[in-house]
Design a binder for this molecule. Structure first.
Ligand SMILES: [Zn+2]
Ligand SMILES: [Zn+2]
Ligand SMILES: [Zn+2]
Length: 471
C-alpha cells in the first residue's frame, strides 16, 4: 500500500500514447512474463516511473456502444476490466496501482480510445469499503418498498448470457402506453443455482444468509433471473460474479414466451431490486465434468489465447482448441488479446473429427460467458470485431459448430484465392444477396445439417416475445 509517493497519471495523458503501456505504483518493476505463457511475444512497455491512476469505476451507460465497465478521472473515460472485482468499488474513488493500457479506435469513430486493464487497485484513502457484504440497488432510482409479492433468491451465479435488446409487447394493464405497443428492452439472463432449503424458500429476508457457511444450504434448483431495463447495465459486473454466492432481492416472477409455443417461468428485476454479495471470498467451484465426449455437450475450459483469426471470430487456445465466437454476441469484448488467460464457461465442446487435423472446437452460444482471468503481458491488440448483419452471418449461425469453422476457413481461403479478381462483397455477399462462399458451402452441405441446428436456434432466444413483461 506504499503508493503514496507514486505520481498520479491522468487518462488524457495515456490517450496521447499511441503505444500500449503497463505501469505499477512500485518502482521495482518486474516485466518477466509468467513462465507458462509464450515468451515469444513482445511484452508491454513499462512506464519508467512509479505511477497510479485515481478515478471512479462505473457501470456502462444504458445505450453504450459496448458493455464494458468504465473508469473515469477528471480528464477522460475509458473502457476497463479489472481483477478482484467487488460491487462496492462501483461509483467510488479507487486507486489503480498496476495496470495495462491498450489503445484502440472504436468502430466507425476516429477518436482515440483504449482499454484499461486494472491488475491491482484499492479504495482511496482510509475508506476500504465496508467489510460486511456489498449491497447495491440495481436501478439508479431504486424505490425501497418491500412488497409482499416481491421475491428474493439466494444462489450461485452459474452463467450470464450476453446483453441484447428484445422487443416486448406491453401488457394490456399498462397505463400510459397503449396495450400491444412494442418496446425495445435491453436485458440479459443469469442462471442462478438457487438454495432450496426451508430458510431460503421462506418469506424471510435472505441477505443474512450470505454470512452463513455454504454448507448449511443446498444449491440444487436452477432459476433464471432476467436483468432488464436499467438493471441491464449490470452485465459486466454480474459476469464477474460467476461462481459467487449472491442474493437478489425485489424480483418478480413472470411467465416469458421464448417462442409463440414455448414459455418459461423466470424472475425479472424491478425498480426495487437489489444485489447483495457476501464478504467471504469463497468461490464455489464449477462442477467439472471429468470426461470430454466432444459431442456438443456444455462444458468449461481455461486456456491461454495463442492466436486470433478471422476478425477475432476464431481464437486459438493452447494450440489445439479453437474457440468460435460466431454468434456475434461475444465479439464486442475488447480484452480477448493474444497472451491473456480466458475462462470460458458453458461452451459447447465439439470434436469435429476432421481428417486433416486433430482439434477441439469450443462453440460459444447464448449461455456462454468468457472471463479474462489474467491480462496479457504482450503488446497484442484488442479484439474489435466489426458487426456483420449480412446473409453470411445468419447462414453461419444456422450451421453446427464444426461446419461454422469450415465456412470461416473457406472465407479466408476464398479471399486469398480471388484477391484482386472478386470484391469482398462478391465473396461475402450482402444483406440481401448470397456471396460466393455461401453459394459454394450450401451446395456442399447435406440438408440434414441445417435441421440438427433447429433446437440450438431456440437456445438463442431469437424469437423472444413477451406479453407480460413490464409493470
Ligand atoms: Zn468497451
Ligand atoms: Zn438455503
Ligand atoms: Zn448452448
Amino acid at each position: 500500500m506504499d503508493d503514496a509517493n507514486a505520481t498520479v497519471t491522468t487518462l488524457a495523458e495515456l490517450l496521447q500514447s499511441p503505444r500500449p503501456l503497463t505501469a505499477t505504483a512500485h518502482s521495482v518493476f518486474s516485466s518477466t512474463p509468467p513462465p507458462h505463457r509464450s515468451t515469444t511475444c513482445c511484452v508491454l512497455t513499462a512506464l519508467p516511473r512509479s505511477t497510479v491512476l485515481v478515478g471512479t469505476l462505473t457501470l456502462p451507460a444504458l445505450s453504450a456502444p459496448c458493455s464494458c465497465l468504465r473508469f473515469s478521472d477528471a480528464s477522460a473515460t475509458l473502457c476497463c476490466d479489472l481483477l478482484r472485482f467487488r460491487p462496492a468499488a462501483l461509483n467510488r474513488e479507487i486507486r489503480v496501482t498496476a495496470w495495462n493500457f491498450i489503445p484502440f479506435k472504436r468502430h466507425g469513430c476516429d477518436v482515440a480510445h483504449g482499454l484499461l486493464e486494472i491488475i491491482n487497485w484499492r479504495f482511496s484513502g482510509t475508506n476500504q469499503g465496508s467489510n460486511a457484504g456489498d449491497s447495491l440497488p440495481l436501478a439508479p432510482n431504486c424505490v425501497r418498498q418491500s412488497g409482499a409479492r416481491m421475491r428474493s433468491l439466494h444462489g450461485v451465479v452459474e452463467s450470464v448470457g450476453p446483453l441484447f435488446v428484445v422487443q416486448c409487447t406491453m401488457a394490456a394493464s399498462t397505463s400510459g402506453l397503449n396495450s400491444g405497443s412494442k418496446v425495445n428492452l435491453p436485458g440479459f439472463s443469469v442462471q442462478l443455482m438457487c438454495c432450496e432449503c426451508r430458510f431460503c424458500c421462506s418469506k424471510e429476508v435472505l441477505i443474512g444468509k450470505l454470512n452463513e457457511s455454504r454448507k448449511g444450504h443446498s444449491f440444487t434448483k436452477m432459476e433464471i433471473v432476467y436483468f432488464c431495463g436499467s438493471a441491464s447495465s449490470w452485465h459486466p459486473a454480474i459476469t464477474k460474479l460467476i461462481d459467487k454466492r449472491i442474493v437478489v432481492s425485489g424480483l418478480k416472477k413472470k411467465l416469458v414466451y421464448l417462442t409463440k409455443e414455448e414459455s418459461r417461468e423466470m424472475y425479472v428485476t424491478k425498480d426495487e431490486s437489489a444485489l447483495h454479495v457476501g464478504s467471504c471470498s469463497e468461490k464455489c467451484m464449477p462442477s467439472l465434468k471429468s470426461e470430454i465426449k466432444g459431442k456438443g455437450e456444455c462444458g468449461s475450459y481455461i486456456g491461454v489465447v495463442k492466436g486470433a483469426y478471422m476478425q477475432g471470430m476464431v481464437l486459438e487456445l493452447d494450440h489445439d482448441v479453437w474457440l468460435l465466437l460466431t454468434d456475434q454476441l461475444h465479439t464486442s469484448m475488447h480484452g480477448l488479446r493474444v497472451g491473456s488467460i480466458l475462462s470460458v464457461r458453458n461452451v459447447h465442446i465439439v470434436n469435429p473429427h476432421f481428417s486433416w487435423t486433430k482439434i477441439i472446437i469450443l462453440g460459444a452460444c447464448i449461455k456462454t460467458s468468457i472471463i479474462v482471468q489474467s491480462f496479457s503481458p504482450c503488446q497484442t491488440v484488442c479484439n474489435v470485431v466489426f458487426p456483420s448483419a449480412g446473409m453470411l452471418g445468419k447462414f453461419i449461425q444456422s450451421l453446427p459448430f464444426s461446419a461454422r469453422l469450415w465456412v470461416l476457413l473457406l472465407v479466408s481461403s476464398f479471399r486469398k484465392k480471388f484477391d484482386g479478381i472478386l470484391s469482398d462483397k462478391e465473396i461475402l455477399g450482402s444483406k440481401h444477396k448470397e456471396g460466393l462462399v455461401q453459394m459454394y458451402a450450401s451446395s456442399l452441405f447435406p440438408w440434414s445439417i441445417f435441421q440438427t441446428q433447429v433446437r440450438q436456434q431456440i437456445d438463442s432466444w431469437e424469437y423472444f416475445v413477451d406479453t407480460n413483461f413490464l409493470p
